[in-house]
Design a protein around this ligand. Structure first.
Ligand code: GUN
Length: 292
């Protein structure tokens, strides 16, 4: 059994990007820029956005965080996005979700230029992914595929079973693995809360992607020997022995499932660190394609 080291792979990607950005700088060229827009004071969002800004700065990208109070008007946010659509110093625009209830998330996502949609949430990006055209791919699913690539895990013809149908993970990873391309070309099943017997599906998985947000849901008796397990869950569970009073667990019962798996991602340190790494990669690639 091999534990997939997402932290290391994410760091490798960040180092590779830094090398490319150093080259741009040494030849006096412009560098990629990312703006993160945060509305309100959700502590989880605040910590994600801080992590994103720090990661950009570490590799020499331009990073700006725009913070606004939770009563921001939708029109003001749409105007702000439009100003960054026009601003050539920034080739990635990220609006941290969730947004306060007076703001329509769909409208906001659609206001971002598809050429700057480094989150891959715009309907044009999603549509292009579905029909197999180049597009920004949302960062967590792109990170999952990158782990499969860097560990050289065979995916062609394999049965990928995805637990969860969110727009951020479940649906895009299903579409990515369905592509007739290298490190995809899989047979894909998407399983969700309406399935009467989830284990009927999970037992068939060659590659299991758990992304439904339910702590330690996948047990050892739900998978077959040799399964590749990608655990996207990040759940806080109470733990009085931990200094913070809680610890993080995935959607997979690691102790049980790791005994049967050929590869497995841990939580934390598996898929989690890949999200920011792929955001940086999307921003860099957007800059190369559209930004200079
Ligand atoms: N909220 C939770 N995950 C994400 C993400 O990947 N991007 C954005 N913009 N908001 C999020």
């Amino acid at each position: 059994m091999i534990i997939i080291d997402g932290k290391k792979i994410a760091q490798d990607i960040r180092n590779e990007l830094k090398t490319e950005i150093d080259k741009l700088k040494s030849t006096g060229k412009n560098v990629p820029g990312l703006v993160a827009i945060l509305v309100g004071d959700n502590p989880a969002s605040e910590s994600y956005v801080r992590g994103k800004a720090k990661a950009c700065e570490e590799i020499g990208m331009r990073a700006v965080t725009e913070r606004y109070p939770s009563d921001m008007k939708e029109t003001a946010l749409l105007e702000l996005i439009e100003s960054y659509n026009q601003n050539n110093l920034f080739n990635g625009i990220l609006v941290q979700l969730p947004l306060p209830k007076q703001i329509d998330e769909d409208k906001v996502i659609e206001a971002i230029s598809p050429q700057k949609d480094v989150d891959g949430f715009h309907p044009i990006s999603v549509g292009n992914l579905v029909i197999g055209k180049p597009a920004f791919r949302s960062c967590t699913p792109a990170g999952i595929q990158e782990l499969l690539i860097r560990y050289k895990i065979e995916t062609k013809g394999k049965h990928v079973v995805v637990l969860g149908r969110s727009n951020i993970v479940g649906k895009p990873i299903a579409n990515i693995m369905l592509q007739k391309k290298e490190f995809a070309n899989s047979v894909v099943t998407v399983c969700h809360s309406a399935a009467p017997d989830v284990s009927y599906y999970t037992k068939q998985a060659d590659i299991l992607v758990a992304a439904m947000g339910s702590p330690k849901f996948v047990k050892g008796n739900m998978v077959k020997d040799g399964v590749v397990v990608i655990d996207v869950g990040i759940n806080r569970i109470e733990d009085n022995t931990a200094s913070k009073g809680y610890r993080l667990v995935g959607d997979v019962d690691f102790d049980e499932v790791s005994k049967k798996a050929s590869y497995i991602t841990p939580v934390p340190g598996g898929v989690g660190p890949m999200t920011i790494a792929m955001l940086l990669k999307n921003t860099y690639e957007g800059f190369i394609k559209y930004g200079r």
